[in-house]
Design a protein around this ligand. Structure first.
Ligand SMILES: [Zn+2]
Ligand SMILES: [Zn+2]
Length: 369
């Protein structure tokens, strides 16, 4: 028997992000956290609405204005209704506010899509053989450069591309995705660093073909890479890097869960990073901490860039050399969204019947699953 609990006002039902780890792992909560029934009606699945903390909403009102505040406060109130063709089972899915840079729920949903697309269209193509692995590199950026990174982040990305080029030599081109993170994961200090994910795949200019390279034993030559990063950084900015400036680790590409975890970590938006910490602090933040949050959330530079043979615009061409046909995000999304949705009760086809707010007026039983 499933336990039934009455939820008097579901608006008070707050989903808490208890830790960063949970936030990253629990990407599917929107679909599976709770199921329930409306009193006296057909069984339904509903999905818990996330209420953002008052302190965060207050902050949004001050920094970003009434409109965004309204959007965030009402995120998820509108429901999309799906009905099973076979058994009449109803599923109500919350429609997000889509304010992706400020709403942790919508940010997470979007990241989830981007990650699935990256896996489906690129990384999974190298998951069939054990010779492939994913390299996860983190390039640190000294504190003194944080104002500069807000002004022009592309210079930092270019230094990293050049570092990798120098490492690989003239004839070999690697490809991957780089993502700028502005916060660390433990406090509200601005700590810019760049995550880079690259498969051990390279384009050889001599052969005109894609191949793979072995990791240099025992590991990717980290001291060489750090040295190269120092040279390129010095070239661009005239120095400032500490000796320990790059960290590297590896995941087997066949280990899908771990690769997805790295992708989610790397792709996540700043609000996904920072919101759990705001909740954790119960909104008791100092003025300078709120200022840092504001600064990071207002950052409007490009955070995620594909580069090398996986750069936007050339990746279809290069992947085709390896017999891989690349599907663009927009095409992938259309295909993903038109996929048949199945009834969780009988497996029948769920059909979209329209938008509703009806649920707001009903008492609700939540079944903890
Ligand atoms: Zn939202
Ligand atoms: Zn059904």
């Amino acid at each position: 028997m499933k336990a039934l609990t009455v939820l008097k006002s579901f608006c008070t039902n707050k989903l808490s992000f208890s830790s960063e780890k949970e936030l990253i792992n629990d990407h599917s909560h929107v679909k599976t956290l709770h199921s329930g029934v409306i009193r006296g009606e057909t069984p339904v699945y509903v999905h818990t609405r996330t209420q953002l903390t008052f302190s965060y909403l207050d902050f949004i009102k001050k920094e970003f204005g009434e409109n965004l505040h309204f959007g965030l406060d009402h995120c998820g109130e509108q429901l999309l209704k799906f009905v099973c063709e076979d058994c009449g089972f109803v599923e109500l899915i919350r429609k997000g506010c889509k304010i992706r840079n400020l709403c942790p729920v919508c940010a997470r949903n979007y990241t989830h899509l981007k990650v699935n697309h990256a896996w489906d269209s690129v990384f999974s193509k190298f998951a069939m053989s054990k010779k492939y692995y994913l390299m996860h590199l983190v390039f640190t950026v000294p504190k003194e450069f944080r104002d500069l990174i807000f002004e022009d982040s592309s210079r930092f990305f270019h230094v990293i591309y050049k570092t990798l080029k120098r490492y690989m030599g003239k004839d070999e081109l690697v490809g991957g995705v780089a993502s700028l993170h502005l916060f660390g994961s433990s406090d509200f200090e601005v700590k810019p660093h760049i995550h880079v994910l690259i498969p051990n795949v390279n384009f050889s200019k001599k052969k005109g073909d894609l191949g793979f390279f072995k990791r240099k034993r025992p590991y990717f030559n980290v001291s060489q890479l750090r040295f190269n990063y120092m040279i390129e950084f010095h070239d661009e900015f005239g120095g400032g890097l500490k000796r320990k400036n790059v960290y590297v680790n590896y995941v087997k590409m066949r280990d899908m869960d771990r690769v997805l975890h790295r992708l989610r970590y790397t792709f996540r938006k700043p609000i996904e990073n920072v919101y759990p910490m705001i909740e954790g602090a119960n909104g008791n933040l100092s003025l300078s901490e709120w200022e840092n949050i504001s600064r990071v959330l207002s950052f409007n530079g490009k955070r995620i860039r594909w580069f090398g043979f996986l750069a936007d615009g050339v990746k279809s061409k290069y992947l085709a050399l390896g017999g891989i046909s690349y599907e663009r995000f927009s095409d992938w999304l259309v295909r993903e969204e038109s996929k048949e949705k199945n009834c969780p009760e009988c497996g029948g086809v769920m059909v979209y019947v329209g938008k509703t707010y009806e649920f707001l007026e009903e008492g609700l039983f939540i079944i903890d699953t």
